[in-house]
Design a protein around this ligand. Structure first.
Ligand SMILES: CCNc1ncnc2c1ncn2[C@@H]1O[C@H](/C=C/CNC(=O)c2cc(-c3ccc(F)cc3)cc(O)c2O)[C@@H](O)[C@H]1O
Ligand SMILES: [Mg+2]
Length: 214
């Protein structure tokens, strides 16, 4: 059987990026997905917003829901301060395997813990398994109808603290209407929408940044 889209993306990284250079991995994926084959990475336009929010928050422990091929994992991990950690959750073994190789190619494997399994099962185990007290930053980019239940689960598991920043991809396209209602109407969040474009297209999409108020 033929290769998969994630496998072709990995090949493009191995061919065009420089080992140990995260920016070259990001550029290789963006070039491939813009000119050869679209894929659902957060991409370069929204990626710049992700970068600026990350630099502002400077998290010591970050969580990503929905690794896919590891593009945003590399974007986040490359900006972490020494000693900071990113935990990324992915339940598709084939995607996880490609992501591991892309993260390693970027030389970021020491900053990233990729955990295979569904977020709903793994979030309650974060404290006991990984010694996590709180997350300072959460990037939501998995199934859009899971943003609300997983946010509530993070609250209930005591994994958010005053000031924790949630950043959600795709709140316009494909859309996460229930999530926008939840964070924008809740007194426990201060929310702001960052307008941008759907990755590699001119279609509108954006990121919602929500600060947990405790
Ligand atoms: C069951 C919920 N828990 C989960 N736990 C762990 N991993 C999960 C989970 N859900 C999904 N995943 C993984 O996250 C990824 C899923 C992401 C879903 N994203 C999208 O559907 C998406 C879709 C688009 C899009 C936009 C326009 C289109 F025309 C077509 C597609 C753009 C995006 O940026 C997207 O993020 C996969 O790797 C999947 O295996
Ligand atoms: Mg997305």
């Amino acid at each position: 059987t033929g290769s998969s889209r994630p496998q072709r993306m990995l090949k493009a990284v191995q061919k065009n990026a420089t080992k140990g250079d995260p920016q070259s991995v990001i550029s290789a994926i963006d070039y491939y997905c813009r000119h050869k084959e679209w894929a659902m990475n957060v991409g370069d336009d929204k990626g710049l917003i992700l970068d600026s929010v990350l630099t502002e928050v400077n998290p010591s422990t970050a969580l990503e829901l929905g690794t896919y091929c590891g593009y945003s994992t590399v974007r986040i991990a490359r900006l972490l301060s020494p000693g900071s950690k990113l935990i990324t959750v992915e339940f598709n073994p084939a995607f996880a395997e490609v992501a591991r190789q892309i993260i390693a190619y970027a030389g970021l494997q020491d900053k990233v813990t990729l955990v295979e399994g569904p977020s709903g099962d793994l979030i309650p185990k974060m404290k006991e398994r990984f010694g996590i007290k709180y997350f300072d930053f959460v990037f939501l980019d998995h199934w859009k109808d899971r943003y609300v239940p997983d946010t509530k689960l993070l609250e209930d598991c005591g994994l958010l603290k005053k000031g924790t920043v949630l950043l959600a991809d795709n709140v316009i396209c494909p859309g996460a209407p229930e999530y926008l209602k939840y964070v924008r109407n809740s007194p426990r969040y201060e929310s702001r929408y960052y307008k941008s474009n759907l990755e590699y297209t001119k279609v509108e999409d954006g990121l919602e940044k929500s600060v947990f108020l405790g």
